[in-house]
Design a protein around this ligand. Structure first.
Ligand SMILES: CC(C)(COP(=O)(O)OP(=O)(O)OC[C@H]1O[C@@H](n2cnc3c(N)ncnc32)[C@H](O)[C@@H]1OP(=O)(O)O)[C@@H](O)C(=O)NCCC(=O)NCCS
Length: 260
């Protein structure tokens, strides 16, 4: 009898600046077919936009990062390992996650700030800043109303190369952050895309709000049947997804009660 083939081996490790180019490849491949990404990068991702996005992951060493505002950033990569050897021989980086950790609660003056809208100059040549502010700015605003100044372990980004999905790479990355949250006894917040939603449900995240954007009315995008726009996300909380609307779910994984 032949044994069912097991899933390829995945290992995670903390990312370094040397991984940045691979990380950016993973990111833009993963989000390439997402309508919001296509609206933010209408003419494709220019070199300048890629570079500036890269700096948001690994800021230039001369920059000082305000950890009170952004939290402590930890970026992890998931690597696919060669399966013909007992050793851990990485074949390629297939996924990455960015976590933002707030170990202590913050007073309202620190978290409830009015962030000025981003401009194309800040985001990179060819980026539609209006879409960026309505979408990413909108999600952050809604999430902030819930997370407030809570000490928490928050997921900023999760992405897996399309050719390497359903191998457990995202799960391995999620395990790190949710285990850290449990160790610290903290909740975790995130903003979920339609494709991230089933992964987050599996890790115990619950719906707390949504950002519904009427993208057909606003920007003329037409839905194709092969793309999810969030019809499966937070339906109990927010109702069925209206036509022409793209839904992001705002989710919270409650702090695990301390074991006695
Ligand atoms: C979301 C994403 C990161 C998941 O990556 P992945 O490595 O394929 O996820 P995993 O293999 O760890 O899947 C974990 C579980 O989530 C669920 N899941 C993942 N993708 C799913 C899909 N397309 N449909 C239904 N369930 C899915 C399954 O329960 C899966 O476990 P299983 O394969 O054992 O059934 C990946 O689809 C992606 O990069 N999408 C585009 C970018 C994106 O939307 N990122 C999230 C931003 S919030």
């Amino acid at each position: 009898m032949t044994r069912p083939t097991s899933k390829p081996r995945i290992r995670i490790r903390e990312a370094t600046r040397a991984d940045l180019s691979a990380l950016l490849d993973v990111h833009f491949e993963a989000f390439d077919s997402d309508p919001m990404n296509q609206l933010m990068y209408p003419a494709g991702v220019t070199e300048n936009a890629r570079e500036l996005f890269g700096q948001s992951l690994f800021p230039p060493e001369s920059d000082t990062v305000d950890e009170n505002k952004h939290g402590e950033t930890r970026i992890f990569v998931a690597e696919l390992l060669a399966d013909d050897t007992a050793d851990e021989v990485p074949v390629e980086i297939v996924a990455y996650a960015k976590w933002q950790i707030f170990r202590h609660g913050r007073p309202e003056a620190e978290w409830n700030t009015d962030d000025p809208p981003m401009t194309t100059e800040m985001l990179g040549e060819g980026v539609d800043a209006d879409v960026y502010n309505a979408f990413l700015g909108g999600m952050h605003r809604v999430r902030k109303q819930h997370s407030r100044g809570d000490a928490s372990v928050n997921l900023g980004i999760l992405a897996c190369r399309p050719t390497r999905q359903r191998l457990g790479a995202a799960s391995a990355l999620m395990r790190w952050g949710t285990e850290l949250a449990d160790e610290l006894g903290l909740p975790s917040y995130l903003e979920s895309s339609p494709y991230g939603y089933p992964v987050y449900k599996k890790f115990g995240y619950q719906d707390i709000d949504v950002l519904d954007l009427k993208i057909t009315e606003l920007w003329g995008v037409v839905k194709t049947n092969d793309r999810k726009w969030g019809e499966d996300s937070a339906v109990e909380l927010a109702g069925p997804l209206p036509a022409g609307t793209y839904r992001s779910a705002i989710m919270k994984r409650p702090a695990k009660a301390a074991s006695v």
